[in-house]
Design a binder for this molecule. Structure first.
Ligand SMILES: [Zn+2]
Ligand SMILES: [Zn+2]
Length: 427
């Protein structure tokens, strides 16, 4: 996706179209049913009830539109820190050709580095981050409240509608106010399903967002902190205690997001930090983690074709499919003899980057292959390449990597890796 997509073109995507359709479907169905169940023109209470619903629906729509239009705040391309010396503490983004400011991350879907990136949300077709965190959270809150009211209205009117005949024949004509047509009964059932779905789904999301805001720690940062703690637990020589720099206490954390500027406080690049930390506490930790990851990288060689499908049941079998990683990261296709630099390990799946052939690097058109080069692939289609040390050469230079697959060693080696797998959760 092009990062230049701006303004209302952001809405021309299945996410916003579906989300807005759901909001409008619940709103219109609720208004229609409510006009029969509790007519707003007959009593002040009825009027106030309808006005409240309209207010919630409008606020949900407004915050939704603002979250999409505002966006998360993108890092300027080719960004450099003010003091060039600080660049050593920052990661470099090859795609944006600039440094990543603290708390910013590159989003594959937006194809840009995003300030205080929380996650990419397909429903708003944008990331949730520094600039739109408040709008997004308000959208969740008002949608849940509006849908809750909608659920009550739709359930009550549905009840009255289907018992209309009973009311009329038992002298309760004043309760027989809801009259269904085929279309309205279908819309009522659909509206109820959607409203209940929104309440359940968005409540879970709102809970996660509030936790993120109260701790001033995004989903990505929770992951970094977890790895930081584990890194210290594993490395005896790493004795400095890791202190998360952005948790200023729940009140101050809330004020950072919910304020008059709706999160646009500061520039999204410099953040207030707790005592004992500086602007680069977290980025230094990220660099150290990256360094360790590089050291952990192992080379694998593809032994049988990989389709790159998400559930390769025919080529790989059901066990591989059942254990498929729960993430939207890409799956890569491979051909025999492809080399892959693997950084993450699961029992049945590996995550790595395919090493490009010389022709591909040279840009020979015929040799170019489609699809991503970084992603997951089934473990059983590749074997680890063990670098054999030339005995007697004395200089310890490693020989050409030899695939360990030809004999049984490959299997026992893989088994060994699986036994060592206690660390894989953190990779
Ligand atoms: Zn980037
Ligand atoms: Zn994004």
């Amino acid at each position: 996706m092009s990062p230049e997509i701006s303004g209302f073109r952001r809405f021309l995507h299945w996410g916003p179209i579906t989300a807005l359709s759901i909001i409008k479907c619940i709103t219109l169905t609720t208004l229609y049913m409510n006009s029969m169940w509790w007519p707003p023109n007959k009593s002040f209470a009825g009027f106030a009830h309808q006005a409240l619903f309209l207010l919630l629906s409008t606020l949900a729509t407004f915050n939704y539109v603002m979250a999409t239009l505002t966006g998360p705040g993108l890092m300027p391309k080719q960004w450099h820190p003010k003091d060039p010396k600080d660049a050593q503490f920052l990661q470099y983004c090859k795609k944006c050709e600039g440094y990543k400011a603290p708390r910013s991350h590159h989003c594959r879907k937006c194809d840009r580095c995003v300030k205080k990136m929380d996650h990419h949300c397909p429903w708003i077709n944008h990331c949730v981050g520094w600039a739109n965190h408040a709008y997004f959270t308000y959208f969740l809150l008002f949608s849940i409240l509006g849908s809750l009211q909608g659920t009550v209205v739709l359930c009550c009117s549905f009840w009255r509608g289907i018992y209309r005949y009973y009311y009329l024949t038992h002298g309760l004509a004043h309760l027989a106010s809801v009259q269904f047509t085929l279309l309205s009964i279908i819309m009522c059932i659909l509206g109820m399903g959607l409203a209940i779905g929104v309440v359940i789904g968005l409540s879970m999301l709102l809970f996660i967002q509030l936790k993120t805001i109260v701790n001033n720690q995004t989903g990505i940062e929770i992951w970094i902190v977890e790895k930081a703690i584990y890194r210290r637990y594993r490395n005896a020589d790493c004795d400095d205690e890791f202190l998360y720099p952005y948790d200023l206490g729940w009140r101050a954390n809330l004020r950072l997001v919910f304020n008059d500027e709706c999160q646009k406080r500061g520039d999204g690049i410099e953040w207030p930090v707790v005592e004992g930390c500086d602007q680069y506490t977290l980025t230094r930790e990220q660099l150290a983690q990256k360094e360790e990851k590089r050291a952990r990288t192992r080379t694998f060689k593809c032994t049988r074709p990989v389709t790159g499908r998400w559930l390769p049941i025919f080529s790989q079998g059901w066990r591989v499919c059942v254990a498929a990683p729960c993430s939207d990261e890409p799956r890569i296709s491979l051909r025999p003899n492809d080399m892959i630099k693997v950084t993450r390990f699961r029992n049945h799946w590996l995550f790595g980057e395919r090493v490009l052939s010389e022709q591909e690097l040279a840009g020979v058109k015929k040799r170019q292959r489609k699809g991503p080069i970084r992603g997951w692939f089934p473990r059983r289609s590749a074997v680890e390449v063990i670098e054999a040390v030339h005995e007697g050469s004395g200089d310890g230079n490693s020989e050409t990597p030899a695939p360990a697959a030809q004999n049984g060693n490959a299997h026992s080696h893989l088994k060994q890796q699986q036994r060592n797998g206690h660390a894989k959760k953190y990779m």
